[in-house]
Design a protein around this ligand. Structure first.
Ligand code: AMP
Length: 395
């Protein structure tokens, strides 16, 4: 029997999965890594422009026949014809030209159109044109079909490797000669289903973790051990804010009013500060993010920021501790830490409230990426370190 609770979790997981698929984080397909290159919204804008231009150039009342070159074009054609205002016919042919990541010289011919095309305006829809070998085949195939007109539309074009003189009527975007996947394009059959375009990149060099848990869970304490053991850079956003408050910087003055009340500092301020801290340590083996991300938009910002660098979060390690133990720990810490947000139970409760309403959902966010690792955070410090390292070494 599936409980209502399990059903709800499944529902949220499916939403998160879909959501994450649309985000721009690093992609691993077979043995290779790909980083974000074109967001789905940019692709939509290009497709819309192409459809508008094609329509504008057609004689009034003309019903074109759009022919997509499978497999890569299927998403492009689907979106293109929906943006095309007016009647049109749609068909597909299949010509395989890619095998792995390099363009093969011999294009195989597999035609799927048998009807009479005499007098028709045929508009070929290609996902990508690089050497032009496939295009050559297309021109050869349609040469003797007595068409009224043959036009070529390509979503992407690689000018640096194009070796033909054949005309291309509409180009969505010129791109450099790097292997791309997503939005119909594949690497050995994977990657076609992603709504964005990704570019081949080198494997990540870092191992990055998010150390997660409510206030008082022991993130700071454990981070001290982990950074020594694995030569990582520890970034605690709380510590960075406190350092800025102590030094009375502009950032410190801004953060103080939120922190003193146990409220979260606004995302934009926190994200910019976090990025600056990462940039200070470009050669690092990896980072322990402690106290960050704390909201969904911080998590997305972190994913995107790392992906641009060809890096990623390897896992979220969460310290799970019951709330009554946490409050005792925090009040105890408040006796010596001098932290305004540790000495007052109302402020501590507010921090838990912020955690439950804004931060706890990040468990689902990382779980949906298969990156959530819950650890029992009750016990001796060394036992907990051991539990964490057992997980860390598998990441
Ligand atoms: P911490 O030392 O992690 O318990 O953080 C102490 C306080 O710093 C929090 O209660 C927030 O006011 C602020 N803070 C730390 N990290 C973040 C973050 N990622 N987003 C927003 N506020 C934060």
């Amino acid at each position: 029997m599936i409980s209502e609770y399990q059903n709800k979790r499944r529902f949220f997981h499916s939403i998160y999965r879909e959501y994450i698929c649309k985000q721009m984080s690093l992609l691993k397909l077979h043995d290779l890594y790909f980083k974000p290159y074109l967001h789905k919204d940019e692709i939509s804008a290009i497709v819309k422009r192409l459809a508008t231009e094609v329509k504008a150039d057609l004689p009034k009342g003309e019903t074109p026949l759009f022919i997509g070159i499978l497999n890569g074009c299927f998403l492009f054609v689907a979106d293109f014809v929906r943006e095309f205002k007016g009647n049109c016919e749609t068909s597909f042919v299949k010509l395989a030209s890619y095998n792995g990541t390099s363009s093969t010289e011999n294009v195989k011919q597999l035609l799927g159109i048998n009807e009479d095309l005499t007098g028709r305006t045929v508009i070929i829809l290609e996902d990508i044109i690089d050497t032009g070998n496939t295009l050559q085949e297309i021109y050869t195939i349609f040469k003797n079909r007595n068409l009224k007109e043959l036009k070529i539309v390509t979503l992407f074009f690689k000018p640096d490797v194009y070796r033909k003189e054949l005309p291309i009527n509409y180009i969505g975007k010129n791109i450099e000669d790097k292997f791309i996947v997503g939005y119909g394009l594949d690497y050995n059959n994977l990657g076609r289903n992603y709504p964005a375009i990704y570019q081949l990149t080198t494997p990540p060099k870092m191992k990055n973790i998010v150390l997660f848990g409510p206030p008082g869970a022991g993130k700071g304490t454990q981070a001290e051990f982990l950074k020594e053991m694995y030569h990582l850079v520890h970034i605690s956003t709380g510590d960075v804010f406190r350092f800025n408050i102590k030094n009375q910087t502009e950032l410190g003055l801004l953060a103080k009013k939120y922190m003193d009340e146990g409220d979260l500092v606004p995302d934009e301020v926190t994200v910019n500060m976090l990025k600056a801290e990462v940039e200070k340590n470009t050669g690092a083996n990896g980072f322990i993010f402690d106290g960050f991300p704390r909201t969904q938009s911080q998590a997305i910002a972190l994913d995107e920021f790392l992906a641009e660098k060809g890096e990623q979060i390897n896992g979220m390690i969460a310290l799970e501790v019951p709330e009554d133990i946490l409050i005792t720990r925090l009040l105890e810490r408040g006796k010596t830490s001098g932290r305004a947000d540790d000495i007052n139970e109302i402020k501590i409760r507010n921090r838990f409230n912020e955690y439950h309403t804004k931060t706890a959902i990040l468990k689902d966010y990382f779980e949906a990426q298969d990156k959530y690792y819950g650890i029992n955070g009750v016990g001796s410090i060394s036992d907990i370190t051991k539990r964490i390292s057992e997980v860390f070494t598998t990441l």
